[in-house]
Design a protein around this ligand. Sequence first.
Ligand code: UT7
Length: 332
Amino acid sequence: MGKITAAITGIQGWVPEDVLTNKDFEKMVDTTEEWIMTRTGIKERHIQKGKGKATSDMAVEAVIGLLKKTNTKPEEVELLICATVTPDMIHPATANIISDKAGIKNAFSFDMNAACSGFLFALVTASKFIEAGGYKKIIVVGADKMSSITDYTDRTTCVLFGDAAGAVMLEPSTEGYGILDSSTHADGSGRIYLHQKAGGSLKPASHETVDAHEHFIYQEGQAVFKFAVTRMADVAAEIMERNQLASDDIAYLVPHQANMRIIDATARRMGINKDKVMINIERYGNTTNATIPMCLYEWENKLKKGDNLILAAFGGGFTWGSIYLKWAYEAK
Ligand code: UT7
């Protein structure tokens, strides 16, 4: 029997119906459709509306769809990891809420907080449970209601983010499919450039923190951009070199969708043409933990068994990483 690797055997994405376009932002803040498009590549983003609606509700849509699609009974799932920066509540974990709402009774579950690299880190973590033996069905969800932490009076951040969820099923393969290599990194000194100031133990919520808009995303865009552009390209190139992969060997680059210019720079560094890069930033914006699974979901029908994919992410923390993955199936 070959070495056990963790293969993605199903994928499902979900976005809410409501859309905010660049034109809508022209009415809300001092911006232009042209600025947003040329600086970010974003045209519109989906926003979850409705009282009582939270990240777990989007995630549950993706998870229930995934269970159906993969013919999996909820009780067969052994572990569910939810990557999110917008948990329903600070605690308990949103993963537990998702499992409860989806009828997943026999799994343990926890959240992964690694900002925009969270889905990638969660995939790596889940793959280790499979590789160690014993685990047969793990769900990894990336979900964020970014609109809940977006300051719609701050033009420098509000145009960037959207809401979405994506979920994958991971199962063991002994035929060499799935996650074959990964490189994951963090540098906490980067926290000064991208964070949420209040609501944690450092600065609990108060009238002052609310008045000062400190429960929203704070980002020094240019500083983050400089790190993102080099780190994401470096780590993707490192994975290619380590596995002796030439650009022709790669079917698709699956990058985190934060800025079209960062995606372009990563593809250029890897020598990969744009037609081999999964890009949907124009329709969803930056959905944080949902960008990579949403790309895989939308490209699922084009993927062939044995395709080599490179996943790459960069996010707050700072966190960044890359995965080399061999696609395990052809969609029916
Ligand atoms: O997802 C994980 C990590 N996050 C990222 O990877 C994001 C990385 N950063 C970025 O993508 C880019 O830095 C942004 C898209 C956030 C900003 O683009 P930029 O080209 O770096 O713009 P900038 O921050 O240098 O701002 C340039 C100018 C400024 O005006 P002045 O100071 O030159 O007069 C900003 O005030 O553009 C202004 N500006 C805007 N103008 C119109 C900033 N936001 C807007 C806006 N509309 N929405």
